[in-house]
Each structure stands twice: as C-alpha cells, then as structure tokens.
Write a protein that binds this ligand. Sequence first.
Ligand code: GRG
Length: 295
Amino acid sequence: MASLHLDTFSTKYKQLLEDQLRKSIDRLEAPEVLKDAMHYSLEAGGKRIRPLLLFATLHAFQKDPEIGLNAAAAIEMVHTYSLIHDDLPSMDNDDLRRGKPTNHKVFGEANAILAGDALLTYSFQLMAETPDVPADAKLALVQLLAQSSGAEGMVAGQVADMLGEEKELNLAELEYIHIHKTGKMLTGSVLAGAILSSVSEEEWECLERFSHHLGLAFQIRDDLLDIDGDEELIGKPVGSDVGNHKTTYPSLLGIKGAQDELWKQIELAKDYLLKINKDTQLLQEITDLVENRKY
Ligand code: GRG
C-alpha cells in the first residue's frame, strides 16, 4: 500500500493536473463537440501514472513538480488519444473503457478519431509552450514525446501487437510489443522529468533503465490482473492455453513464472533507482504500486 508520503504527493499533483487538463481544453477555440469529446476521455478516471512519474522524477532532483505541469498534461493527452483510437471499431472495437462507454460510442466514430488527433497534436503545442525553460529543453521535450509515442515508440508496439495477434509469440517478440506499446510512454514520462531537471548522463542512463524495467513490470502485472483469481490456472506449464488466445506473460511462462518475472523486473527497476544518489523514495513507492496494483 502507498505510504502517506506518496498519497499526499499524488493527491496534490493529480489535482493540479486535472485543473491543467481542463483549462487547456477550455481555452481552445474549437467546435464544442470536439472539446466535449476531448474532455470526456481526458477526465474519465485514468490513474495518471505517467504524470505521477514525471512529477516524482522532478521531486527526486529537488525541482518544483509544478514546472512539469504542461509536460504532464501533454503526456496524458497522448495516452488518452491512444486509448480512444485503441477502442475504435477498426482496432479493439470496445464498448467500455474504465467502466464507461468508449469515446466513439458517445460521440460517433469520426468524432472519436478527430478527438484523438486533436489530443495528439495539441500535446506537442503544450510541450513547446512549457513555461520558464530554455528553448533547447522545449526542443528536447518535443523530440522525446515524438519518439516515445510514434513510429519508434507506442505506435510501433501497437502495430507489432496487431501483427502478432494470429500467432504464438516467443518471449522476445512479446517483450518488443510491450517495451514499445506500454513502456516507451512510461519511459518518456520519466525522461521528461529528467530533461526538466537537467540530469547528468549517468543519471539519465539510470532513469532510462529504471523506467524500461518498470514498463515491463507494469505490463506483466496487467496480464496477471486479467486472469487474477483463476486459481485453476496457477502452475500451468509453459505454452499452455492460459486465459484468452493472445500471447501474454502468463500464457508463455505460466502464472508462477509470470509472477517471478514481475518480481525480477521490479528488482531491476529498484536497483537502477538506488544507483541515483537522490531522494528517489516517491519513485520507489510508485514502483511498489505498479507491482501490487489492483486495477
Ligand atoms: C492506438 C497508437 C495506438 C496505441 C494504443 C496504449 C495502447 C496503445 C493501447 C491500450 C491497450 C492496453 C490495455 C495496453 C496495455 C497497458 C496499458 C497501456 C494500459 C492502459 O494504461 P493505464 O493502466 O490506463 O495507465 P488508465 O486508464 O489508468 O489511464
């Protein structure tokens, strides 16, 4: 369970983020239906783990987390666009997201596509408008967001995921998908904090490795949550048909193997945090949350 320290921190900065997101959309001179569709998914109850990682990284380097508000809003907008598009009839065709009707169910498919497009493009504007930082930092933030979300990042993972749907994947193929689809935006969140903290090369390297392992842990936990409570599946041999037909960590490694892999990735993530000689307690607590999260 999260300590009071992380609870207090996350309550404060999540509230600031919610305000930032709402204000950022409100100020747009755009058709109301577009703004409504953007608001709808942005404010639909996400965990805000990516912004939290960014704020906690700033905290570790004794920076005021509020300097990361624009960047955090931008990252959450990209994440939200990815979920809206992932739910579309041409992708996962989902009716519900976070227990609520998906964007296209409420606003129609064309509006959902355009709301996703608008969130993605607006995110780069927000990065470029980061207040009180030099131009080279803004440039680095824009470049980082593009690399994390685009053809070398999340979109690559989504395409690899779709290509892999019809076949049994090996562990390396599964890792490629999750490092890109889930991991790159988590890494981008930590490294955005690193840019705003002007970290050293060694610190950058450790933060990158930390978030790489955290991203894998996040996904393994996601796979385990999908089948949680199904006691009969525990101990099933490698390669057996655990859960649905998609390749997952439990389907490849068995539930116990997946749980061991989760612990391994958590250990590795924490090892890299320890190498940074800073107050990384909040990042450690977020790592614990990822290991134990229930949703
Ligand atoms: C459409 C380009 C494009 C990409 C979609 C992120 C993604 C790629 C798909 C979402 C499907 C999915 C379940 C991915 C695996 C893990 C993941 C990223 C879960 C959602 O992130 P959370 O748990 O979501 O942070 P909340 O709801 O808390 O914001």
